[in-house]
Design a protein around this ligand. Structure first.
Ligand SMILES: *Cc1c(COP(=O)(O)O)cnc(C)c1O
Ligand SMILES: [Zn+2]
Length: 437
């Protein structure tokens, strides 16, 4: 199911570069961190192909394989799409409003069947795994990431151990039935995503398993960054402004890194785009830190965090440990792009969703409503001008549409573990239970 793809030049496809100390490393599908002892930092992929060759003969997002840290591709995968807005653009008086859409919208040939841009990272992370690999990827995620990994790994029959809190079971669906290569572990009666993270981490350290790495995985970031690459290829240039809702911040960092690659390419203009990143009030740790001019996020007590998370309607944006302060993270990306952050209330997000559905003709999820509402704020406050080129990242849409056309299958848990039972010894004693059949 994997097809080899060797870059034309006979040299390593990419190197890792540490964004704190500049150390470089040879390609390695499992590397997540710099070996030097210093503060936390991200590694970035530096591709041998400074110019992008779009390869329309390759499936879906793999047409941008030059700028993905993979040496093989998969069939039957989707891609983000980019189109020019008419309805919303007219309503806002904008001349060049472009939409990046990740999700299901067959009329526009958008066929990410997990309905979110997390599918871009799931596919890319999967394609990084060598064919001879025998280990099982362990990942914990409550919402869109969990569904994206479960669906993609199932579709391709690749082993996966996914850990979620019990209350997230309704998020793990697919429009086709699941393959037993995917094992779902739930933390019983757990409300708190932290328990699932802890269990996932312990499983990933067992023999026979490996961790995914989150924002530290270049596959994740370069997969998500394809929203910007696709837009730039469609427009023929780098947009002036980029709007996205953020939770872990990974997508925002990815957008900035994609922008840097496009600048290096040289054919997409010489001006960087300004990042406009939004969170759902009252859970706005990154917005608060950015507005205070701080690199560090102020500690929130668990009870305050929980209360704010409960009030936010876009749960995918409620990450408590975002990649904000880390070298190469959101703070650095915002600083370099002279960007802005926005706090968006549930009511504003809801209005923006309704407006988008009415004017553009497709349903969008709450997180995308947050991004659209940030665009409305920016237009009102004069941060963007009507002749500028704007890119609005609709990170998830078309779920309602998909539901009218497909019957959804829900992944059944293989086992449930009580939060109190989670310990390294206990997890080690149950190792075989986490392995797919
Ligand atoms: C995860 C997610 C986001 C936020 O992306 P980050 O990379 O976590 O900042 C936005 N929208 C949707 C639909 C998501 O699933
Ligand atoms: Zn380093």
């Amino acid at each position: 199911m994997f097809q080899r793809f060797s870059p034309p030049a006979n040299q390593p496809k990419y190197r890792f570069r540490c964004l704190f100390c500049g150390a470089e490393y040879a390609p390695d599908p499992f590397r997540l961190h710099c070996d030097q002892e210093h503060e936390p930092s991200l590694l970035r992929a530096v591709y041998a192909s400074q110019q992008l060759t779009v390869r329309p003969q390759l499936p879906g997002l793999f047409q941008f394989i030059d700028w993905l840290p993979v040496e093989q591709y998969l069939s039957n995968v989707g891609k983000p799409i980019t189109y020019q807005s008419q309805g919303l653009a007219q309503h806002l008086g904008l001349e060049q409003l472009w939409i990046s859409f990740s999700g299901y919208w067959p009329e526009r040939n958008a066929r990410l069947l997990t309905c979110s841009f997390k599918e871009l990272e799931a596919v890319t992370v999967l394609a990084r795994i060598p064919q001879e690999n025998q280990q099982v990827l362990a990942i914990s995620s409550a919402g869109n990431t969990g569904r994206a990994f479960a669906q993609i790994y199932s579709r391709h029959g690749i082993p996966l151990c996914l850990v979620i809190p019990e209350k997230s079971l309704p998020a793990i669906w697919a429009s086709e039935s699941f393959n037993p290569s995917v094992r779902l572990v739930i933390v019983n009666k757990s409300e708190d995503y932290f328990d699932a993270i802890q269990l996932g981490r312990l499983i990933s350290k067992l023999d026979g398993f490996f961790p995914e790495g989150g924002a530290a995985n270049i596959g994740r970031r370069d997969g998500m960054g394809l929203t910007v690459i696709d837009a730039a290829v469609t427009l023929g240039r780098i947009p002036d402004h980029y709007f996205q809702a953020v939770g872990s911040g990974t997508g925002g960092i990815a957008a900035w890194e994609a922008n840097l690659r496009l600048l290096q390419d040289g054919r997409f203009g010489e001006q960087a785009m300004t990042l406009h990143l939004a969170q759902n009030a009252p859970f706005t740790p990154m917005v608060d830190a950015w507005k205070a001019g701080e690199r560090e996020i102020e500690e929130m007590t668990a009870s305050v965090a929980k209360m704010r998370i409960n009030q936010a309607s876009a749960k995918v944006l409620t990450n408590r440990q975002p990649a904000y302060s880390i070298a190469g993270g959101v703070y650095d990306a915002l600083t370099a792009s002279q960007g802005s952050m926005y706090a968006v209330t549930n009511a504003e997000a809801q209005q923006a969703r309704a407006l988008f559905a009415e004017l553009e003709g497709i349903d969008i999820c709450p997180a995308s409503g947050v991004a659209a509402a940030a665009l409305l704020q920016a237009v009102q406050s004069g941060k963007v001008h009507k002749a500028e080129t704007l890119l609005l990242n609709i990170t998830s849409g078309g779920f309602e549409r998909l539901q009218t056309e497909c019957k959804l299958h829900y992944l059944k848990p293989s086992l449930g573990i009580d939060a109190q039972a989670i310990s390294p010894e206990f997890v080690a004693s149950r190792q075989s239970d986490f392995c797919p059949d």
